[in-house]
Design a protein around this ligand. Structure first.
Ligand code: HEC
Length: 117
């Protein structure tokens, strides 16, 4: 029979791993309208590259809040695309990691889906 202490340690370990997993996945991102392929791609790019810092629904975390903010702060979408492409301060540059189509898709996702549903 196993000692209760070993069992307790095992349970703690499992709880710890579950918490770390929950944190790094950051919950699920708001769904893009299924009829818009670009926004669907944008959601995928966002959940894989941005949600970890900006939060699953763009509420912020390590990175700034994006939901409902970006359209006000960047009335011209090109300015926001440039920021994501080139990075700024602690915000990494995505010019090598994502194609310009992917950057446009994720930018549209942050403007048209996050903060609107
Ligand atoms: C390593 C964490 C990190 C990741 C990953 C990240 N960001 Fe950021 N982001 C930041 C930080 C920190 C800032 C604030 C930069 C500053 O102004 O100094 C920021 C700023 C921004 C801004 C400007 C916000 C404002 O108020 O001006 C946008 C837009 C943005 N990020 C979009 C994205 C997108 C889209 C992705 C995924 C492709 C992404 N970020 C990935 C950390 C991150």
């Amino acid at each position: 029979m196993r000692s209760p202490r070993v069992l307790a340690a095992g349970l703690l370990l499992v709880a710890g791993i579950t918490m770390v997993a929950a944190c790094s996945s950051g919950g699920s991102t708001p769904a893009a309208p299924s009829g818009d392929a670009v926004l669907v791609e944008g959601q995928q790019v966002y959940s894989q590259n941005c949600a970890g810092c900006h939060g699953a629904s763009g509420g912020g975390g390590y990175g700034r809040k994006l939901a409902g903010v970006v359209t006000v702060k960047y009335p011209n979408i090109d300015d926001q695309i440039a920021l994501i492409t080139n990075g700024k301060g602690a915000m990494p540059s995505f010019s090598k990691k994502l194609t310009s189509d992917q950057i446009t898709a994720v930018t549209r996702y942050t403007r048209e889906v996050l903060g609107t549903n």
